[in-house]
Design a protein around this ligand. Structure first.
Ligand SMILES: Nc1nc2c(ncn2[C@@H]2O[C@H](COP(=O)(O)OP(=O)(O)OP(=O)(O)O)[C@@H](O)[C@H]2O)c(=O)[nH]1
Ligand SMILES: [Mg+2]
Length: 197
């Protein structure tokens, strides 16, 4: 058995998953984490460093419980050079995009591309959360689909080779699709880990 398989077996035993949340400032990373933790989301300030939160996730199929260690890192431009300190041992990367920030898509792509070039993230799965869908008038689902498609193109997601990825529209305010996103992450990791079982 290779070293990697031993490490993965060990991780399955511990059922610990390390999730790194990145994305531009104001995307809603901290709000999403707080929503998952059932905490108050009415007074959130920009993250000036990073914060680690732990949440328990019970797999609805197997009833196994997983401990998710979520690393929420500030996205302001002055803080981005520090992102590279957090890549080690990441199982999943969540990239958060504000659905109403199309004018920042170039900046978004530049930062996203830099992160995806990182060797230490190879093999981690990638969830792109397009957040704040509640801000679209009338919760117009065809408009949501249209913007998600544009984001998929702008971030060149179809060219990604080193990661399994999924893009989901969500709202930290209403909670829409937030748990579905976490379920996707855990299911992906379970599948990978069970290969070595
Ligand atoms: N309408 C709406 N506003 C949201 C949502 N999620 C976050 N916000 C707001 O967006 C702003 C930024 O949210 P944060 O969670 O601080 O964003 P962040 O990505 O953590 O920002 P940094 O820590 O600076 O990187 C706040 O005013 C939130 O209230 C959402 O789903 N809907
Ligand atoms: Mg934050």
């Amino acid at each position: 058995m290779g070293l990697l398989s031993i490490i993965r077996k060990q991780k399955l035993k511990d059922k610990e998953i390390r999730i790194l949340m990145l994305g531009l400032d104001n995307a809603g990373k901290t709000t999403i984490v707080k929503k998952l933790l059932n905490q108050n989301i009415s007074e959130i300030s920009p993250t000036m460093g990073f914060q680690i939160d732990t949440l328990e996730y019970i797999d609805p199929d197997s009833k196994d419980s997983f401990r998710l260690n979520v690393w929420d890192v500030g996205g302001q431009s002055t803080l981005r050079p520090f992102w590279f300190n957090y890549f080690e041992k990441t199982d999943s990367l969540i990239w958060v995009v504000d659905i109403l920030s199309m004018e920042r898509m170039q900046e978004n792509f530049v930062e996203f591309e830099k992160v995806l070039k990182e060797d230490r993230l190879i093999g981690s799965n990638l969830l792109i959360l397009v957040n704040k869908t509640d801000l679209l008038e009338g919760n117009d689902s065809s408009r949501v689909d249209e913007i998600c498609h544009l984001i998929e193109e702008s971030l060149q997601l179809k060219q990604i080779k080193n990661h399994n990825y999924k893009l989901l529209p969500c709202s930290a305010y209403t909670g829409a699709n937030i748990e579905e996103g976490i379920k996707w992450i855990v299911d992906e990791i379970k599948e990978r880990l069970y290969l070595y079982h």
